[in-house]
Structures are given as C-alpha cells and as structure tokens.
Ligand binder design. Structure first.
Ligand code: SF4
Length: 384
C-alpha cells in the first residue's frame, strides 16, 4: 500500500471506490462538466486561445516583482490598502487584526482557495468572529465541516440526498425540501440576512491587473458582488501569481476561464473592481450596532512559497494555472475517487498532492510589506 506521511492512501482509495454515494455524485458531475466544456470548445480556436493565455501568464510571472510593486502603487492611489504577506501566518494575522480593529463580528466570504490555503476561517472563528461561506457549494461543505474537493465545484462529492440530510440536520428541519431549486432557495434566504448584517466581506480575485489596480472576479451566483459591496470593509485575498500586466489581457482569460471551467461562454457575473466604492454604506442594523459610512478596501497578496516555486522550472508550471478545474474533470483517478483522497490541502488533484520538496530549489525569502492594518480613516501611503 502506498503511504503518504501518516496516511494510508491505498485504504482511502478503497474507501472512496466502495462509497456508492461518492461514485454516484462523481459520475453525474464529472460527465456533465466534461461534456459542457467539450460542447463550447468547437466555437473557437481553443489551442490558439490557450497559447495566448500561456504567453500572457509567462510574461506576467517573469515580471512578477515589478508588477506587484505596480499593483501596490495603483491600489494605494485609489484609496485602498495593500498588504504583501510572506506566508500564511502573516496573511491570517493581518486580516484578523483588521477585523479586531474594526469591531467585526460577522464575515461573509466568497469562495477563495487562498483562504483555504491559509486556514483563514478557523483563525477568525478562534477570535469569536462568525464566518459565513456564501458560495452555495462552499456553504454546503462548511455546514458539513469538510474541505472543498474540487477547484470550482467544492461540494462535487455530495449527492442531492446527502445535501437534504445535511440541511435537515444543521438547520433543524423536520421536513426538508427535496427539489434542488428549493434546497438552493433555502440556503439563499438564510444567506440574505447574513449579507445584510456582515461587517466585513472577504473575496478572492481571479486576476489582479497591474496597469489599473483592478480586481477581476468571475462567478455565477452573485455572492461575490454582495460580499464585496454590501459590508463596509472588503478584503480581497489572492496569490501573487494572479497578477497580469494589462486590462486588455483580461479579454483572453475571460474567453478561456468560463469555457474551460463550466462550459459557459461567459459566467453570469464578471466584476471589475477598481478602487474603493464611492457609495455610502447602508446600515442594515449590523452586528456592531454602529452606523458606518466609510468604505474600506484591503488587498492581501500572499506569497507562501510562490516565489520559491517560480524559481523552479517545473514547479513554476503550477503558477500558470488559472484554476478552471478542467484537468480534474478529465483525470481518470480524480473522476473515480474525488479530491479528498489526495490529502492535498487545499488544492485537489495530483498537482496539489503533498510530495517531496524539490531538491533543486533553495527556498527564496519572500518579502512582506504593511502587515499591520492602518487605523480607521488614517491616510494611506504606498509602503516602501
Ligand atoms: S492545471 Fe487544471 S485547473 Fe489549472 S489551468 Fe490547467 S486545466 Fe485548469
């Protein structure tokens, strides 16, 4: 049997293969995702599009230090604050300190793999802050106390029956609905109140544009818009490899990502956020009980080993990933056992699986800047 650290991977594979619910869930979802992607690729020269995206990522990664400095400058000019963090602990501590300073009691959170990577939820919950996942799949696995098992479909390992049982148990429902639409509505109604009373919204970012300091966020549920626009404080958390050079580059990625991820020509919502919104915060009776008028935006950029990976020709490949999840849907082992078996934390599939560290690479020290949140209303200046 193959052992990875203390894990008996062979036994976990056996368990996954003999779990009928998991097999049913994977059969349905993988075939659907794979099929949808195939159906839309014929409408474009997909190879040319993929080559173009690869070139853009290669160029941006080669200039990553310079582009990072540009992002810091632009976002700061636009009234936001940028924290460049060297590791998971620094990123967690920055957000936790910000939440403490602003009296945050409830956070609404959009899907963010980086937040899983740095174990943000538990860090905030340990400090008495309620964290509410607002992506439907993420909310399901949060209620189940699990980790995501797919990059874009975090609850892909669950069948509808699993979800009915879960909601009945966690929401105290004697007679839970059985139709998918009704189950979705149940969660949606429950989330709406939480959006309106959250003191902080946390999102990821699919791309960060160095030229303009713009965050690009793609989604289908509208929860990213609500998380980023309703609470008085918006924190966007992302890895430094998400930085691209220009706004024009985004057109290529917007053609590629939805097609590859969900087989859509475009997702239902694409948000481009540049600077801090000028609209006043609406007081829906937030948990703090205080009326907050000033909006704040904090961009937390995480290194956490990315600089070291970028220095290695093989590991660097992982930084070109746009997290569409298409490789998982086509991967023979993944489609049979799902994402939890790999023991990866949090990135599912072979590229996220733990393995020996590269003998060729000496860890590159990552630099951090602005790791203490500014006082509310303090003038913001670009860090040196
Ligand atoms: S590695 Fe997988 S998730 Fe990343 S861009 Fe390629 S197909 Fe998409």
């Amino acid at each position: 049997m193959q052992r990875l650290g203390s894990r008996d991977m062979g036994a976990e594979i056996e368990r996954a293969l003999s779990n009928p619910n998991l097999q049913r869930a994977l059969d349905n979802a993988m075939a659907t995702l794979y099929g949808r992607r195939g159906a839309v690729l014929g409408s474009i020269d997909f190879e040319a599009l993929r080559r173009r995206a690869r070139e853009l990522k290669e160029r941006a990664l080669a200039r990553n230090d310079e582009l990072l400095a540009q992002v810091v400058e632009r976002v700061t000019e636009l009234g936001g604050t940028v924290a460049v963090t060297a590791n998971a602990a620094e990123a967690r501590d920055y957000i936790a300190a910000l939440a403490r300073d602003r009296g945050v009691r409830r956070v609404v959170k959009a899907k963010s793999m980086v937040s899983e990577e740095i174990h943000l939820n538990s860090a905030l919950e340990e400090r008495g802050i309620e964290v509410v996942e607002t992506d439907l799949g993420e909310r399901i696995i949060q209620l189940a106390g699990e980790r995501p098992s797919h990059l874009i479909v975090p609850a892909v390992h669950k069948t509808k029956d699993d979800i009915i049982d879960l909601l009945a148990r966690t929401m105290g429902l004697a007679d839970p609905p059985t139709q998918a639409e009704d189950l979705t509505r149940l969660i949606r109604v429950d989330l709406r109140e939480r959006f309106l009373t959250a003191d902080m919204g946390i999102t990821g970012a699919n791309f960060v544009v160095a030229e303009t300091g713009t965050l690009v966020l793609v989604e289908n549920e509208g929860n990213i818009r609500l998380s980023s626009q309703l609470p008085p404080v918006h924190v966007a958390l992302t890895g430094r490899e998400k930085i691209v050079e220009t706004l024009a580059d985004i057109a290529t990625f917007l053609e590629l990502l939805p097609r590859s991820g969900t087989g859509q020509l475009l997702t239902s919502y694409v948000s481009l956020i540049t600077g801090v919104p000028s609209t006043e915060v609406t007081d829906f009776g937030r948990a703090t009980g205080e009326t907050v008028h000033e909006r704040e935006f904090h961009l937390v950029i995480v290194d956490n080993g990315r600089s070291t990976a970028a220095a290695d020709p093989q590991l660097r490949e992982a930084l070109y990933c746009i997290r569409c999840g298409a490789c998982l849907n086509a991967c023979a082992p993944y489609t049979r056992v799902g994402g939890h078996v790999y023991g990866s934390d949090p990135y599912p599939g072979a590229s996220g699986a733990p393995g020996p560290t590269s003998p060729r690479v000496t860890p590159k020290p990552a630099r951090s800047t602005v790791c203490v949140p500014p006082a509310p209303g303090a003038p913001r200046s670009a860090p040196s």
